[in-house]
Design a protein around this ligand. Structure first.
Ligand SMILES: CC(=O)[C@@H](O)[C@H](O)COP(=O)(O)O
Length: 260
C-alpha cells in the first residue's frame, strides 16, 4: 500500500496513457500493470476535442484514479493555467506538475517548478512535482508544501534507468516522511526494481511500456519488477561491501556461525 496526500493505493506503479499503438492496447496494458493511478496529459488530449471525449471514456472504464499532468508546459503561467483546467475537468486537486526548461532534453525548469508548486499549493492543489534528483530542489518543493516529490531517473523517454543512484539514495535518507516516486527515464523492469529497493515509494513510467513490442506483456513485467523491488526492500537488503566474506562454512565451524 502506498499513500498519496492521505489516499491509499495498492499498486506502487503509476502509469502514463500516451504513445500506445492503439486505445485497446493502452487499456489492456494499464490493466496488466495493476496500476491504480494513471496520468493523463491535458495538452495532448484536449477535453471535448477531436479525440477528447473518447479518450476520457477509455480512462474512466479502467476504474483508476486520474493524475492529470501539465506535460509540455514551458512556463509557470502555462502550468498553473493547465492545472486549473485539469481541476475543473476531473474534479481533482491532484496535479502532476511539469515545467519544462528545454524541448530537446525535457529537463525540468526547477526554478519555475518551485514557483508554480507554491502558487498551486496556496490555491488548494495537491502537487506531484516532476523534478531532478537535486536535494536542494526537492527540499524547496517540500518547504512549499509538496507531500510527494518525483525526481527523474533519466530524461523522459530515454529508457536509461537510474543514472544518479547516490543522489536518489540521499533524497530518500533526507526526506523520510515524503512520498518519493521515481518518474521518467526507466527502461526496464529491473530499473523499477532498483528504485523500490532504494526505498522509493513508487515509480511512474510510460514510454518503456507503451513503446515495447508487446506493451501488455511489458506492463506485467514492470508490475512484477515493482513487486520484487518492494519485497526486497522490506526484506532488508544487505549492504554491498568492499571485502570478501566466505559464504561456505570453514571446516570445523558451525554453519550458522559462518553465515551470521
Ligand atoms: C507520462 C508522463 O508523465 C511522462 O512525462 C513521465 O515522466 C514518464 O516518463 P517516461 O516516458 O520516460 O517513462
Amino acid at each position: 500500500m502506498v499513500t498519496f496526500y492521505g489516499k491509499t493505493f495498492p499498486s506502487r506503479l503509476l502509469i502514463g496513457s500516451a504513445l500506445y499503438p492503439s486505445p485497446a492496447i493502452m487499456q489492456a496494458a494499464i490493466r496488466a500493470s495493476g496500476a491504480s493511478i494513471v496520468t493523463v496529459s491535458l495538452r495532448r488530449e484536449a477535453a471535448g476535442g477531436k479525440s477528447g471525449d473518447a479518450f476520457w471514456n477509455l480512462i474512466r472504464e479502467l476504474d483508476v484514479a486520474v493524475l492529470p499532468n501539465t506535460a509540455g508546459c514551458r512556463s509557470v503561467r502555462e502550468a498553473v493555467t493547465t492545472a486549473k483546467l485539469a481541476r475543473e475537468l476531473f474534479g481533482t486537486a491532484w496535479i502532476k506538475l511539469e515545467v519544462i526548461a528545454d524541448n530537446d532534453t525535457l529537463q525540468p525548469d526547477v526554478v519555475g517548478l518551485v514557483e508554480a508548486a507554491a502558487i498551486l499549493i496556496k490555491d488548494g492543489f495537491e502537487v506531484f512535482p516532476y523534478c531532478t534528483e537535486d536535494l536542494s530542489v526537492a527540499t524547496r518543493l517540500v518547504d512549499a508544501g509538496c507531500k510527494v516529490v518525483m525526481p527523474w531517473a533519466a530524461p523522459i523517454g530515454s529508457a536509461k534507468g537510474i543514472t544518479n543512484r547516490d543522489a536518489l539514495k540521499l533524497l530518500r535518507e533526507r526526506l523520510p516522511d515524503i512520498t518519493l516516486v521515481v518518474d521518467a527515464g526507466l527502461g526496464a523492469p529491473s530499473h523499477a526494481a532498483q528504485a523500490l529497493e532504494l526505498g522509493y515509494d513508487a515509480v511512474l513510467l510510460n514510454t518503456a511500456i507503451a513503446k515495447a513490442a508487446d506493451p501488455v506483456a511489458m506492463a506485467n513485467a514492470f508490475r512484477l519488477g515493482v513487486e520484487a523491488g518492494r519485497t526486497a526492500y522490506e526484506a532488508g537488503l544487505m549492504e554491498a561491501r568492499d571485502f570478501a566474506s566466505p559464504s561456505t562454512p570453514v571446516v570445523g565451524t558451525p554453519f550458522w556461525h559462518a553465515v551470521s
